[in-house]
Design a protein around this ligand. Structure first.
Ligand SMILES: Cc1ncc(COP(=O)(O)O)c(C=O)c1O
Length: 379
């Protein structure tokens, strides 16, 4: 599948292999994107409106979510989802101790208290046993993060927390499936990010909330515009979480190419996984029923720093996601229960992220595979 190699060029002269190539993405769809952007500019309608409605409908088709509310960013999608669930100052929200900061931040932004729980080591989802221990009469929701284009099975979490709404943070898992269902549509409400480096990237910040609950979708729509169902009727909590029409117009075009790009991501991720498994390396894998999108590709190793250095010496932009737990970050220290997140701590020491962008050319993928092969062969 991946022909040719470029070993004749010294590493120092080779460009870095990295996680996202927004310019290449743009070039592939340039005419259609620029027409959509021009059409929007000429329309004079720049916030919400027809372009946003079209995007929301198209996103519903992709995810099979009955309702999509497009918003200003993935972080704001989490905030709007919590507001839509009615989460506020008297509530607690259960948050996995490992992952991206936005989930914990969103809980604080709606005035609630994050209750950090350890993660289950295989999928990095919230550990059901610790969820059970963390729940109280104030628990208003649990956040499940589907990290690295993988999926967490919600069943065990929902069993541990009966009647508790599940907010899926699907920012890194656009197009990831669990069985035949799209991640972000498995729980009560889903949050997506269209940050430019994500699998579906805007030309700036954008995000979306998905749900099957029409009332919840309405509350999220109102939260998006200052809690107002109609102009100047400020009935509930909200803010300015509106998405720009320009981003929506561009995203609708990009949605048309998403399936092909995800298919390439899957093939590339599988090639990396096969190679690493042949070297006896542990590849991070979500639930067994998950069809991952490798956003990015992640492996586990006890020799993390050494491997990072060797990959970076070969101009592979290997990185650590994430070097600290949420619970031990300064911003959330007040909510940390030291010593109770052993698997989250372990993840901060073991995970290495590798680029797996569908915009990598075949020769670059060859270089990536060759670099990985050399590093693990030499250990
Ligand atoms: C898991 C996760 N949640 C939420 C976000 C926040 O998205 P945004 O940057 O669009 O606010 C990100 C972004 O990196 C993310 O990775």
């Amino acid at each position: 599948m991946w022909a040719g190699s470029s070993r004749s060029t010294p590493v120092a002269d080779q460009p870095w292999i990295t996680f996202a190539y927004p310019q290449r993405e743009h070039e592939a769809l340039q005419d259609a994107i620029e027409q959509a952007v021009l059409r929007t500019l000429r329309s004079g309608s720049y916030i919400l409106g027809a372009e946003v409605e079209t995007f929301e409908k198209t996103f519903c088709q992709l995810t099979h979510a009955p309702h999509t509310v497009a918003v200003s960013s993935g972080t704001d999608a989490l905030v709007c989802a919590l507001l839509g669930l009615g989460v506020g100052a008297s509530h607690e929200v259960i948050v996995p101790a490992f992952g991206f900061v936005a989930a914990a931040e969103a809980v604080l932004r709606v005035g609630a208290t994050p209750v950090f729980v350890d993660v289950e080591p295989a999928t990095l989802g919230p550990d059901p046993a610790t969820c059970d221990a963390a729940r109280s009469h104030r628990t208003a929701a649990v956040i499940v993060m589907h990290l690295f284009g993988q999926a967490v099975d919600l069943e065990p979490v929902s069993t541990a927390l009966p009647r508790t709404p599940v907010l899926e943070d699907a920012a890194q898992a656009i197009g990831t499936r669990l069985g035949d269902r799209q991640v972000g549509t498995l729980g009560t409400v889903g949050a997506f990010s269209f940050f430019p480096a994500k699998s579906l990237g805007a030309a700036g910040d954008a995000g979306a909330v998905t749900t099957a609950d029409a009332d919840l979708a309405n509350r999220v729509r109102h939260a998006r515009v200052h809690g107002a169902p109609r102009a100047y009727e400020w009935n509930g909590p909200g803010g300015n979480y509106r998405i720009d029409a320009l981003q929506a117009a561009l995203l609708t075009v990009k949605l048309g190419a998403l399936e092909d790009r995800l298919a390439r991501r899957r093939r590339m991720g599988q090639a990396l996984a096969d190679l690493l498994v042949s070297h006896g390396v542990t590849v991070f894998r979500g639930s067994p029923a998950c069809s991952p999108t490798y956003a990015p590709f992640v492996l586990r190793t006890e020799r993390r720093d050494e491997i990072l250095r060797m990959l970076r010496d070969r101009h592979v932009d290997a990185r650590v996601h994430y070097p600290r737990t949420l619970a031990t970050a300064n911003a959330f220290r007040a909510f940390c229960r030291p010593g109770t997140y052993p698997h989250a701590e372990q993840a901060t020491r073991q995970l290495v992220s590798l680029p797996c962008s569908p915009e990598l050319r075949d020769d670059e993928l060859d270089r990536l595979l060759q670099a990985v092969d050399e590093v693990f062969r030499g250990l």
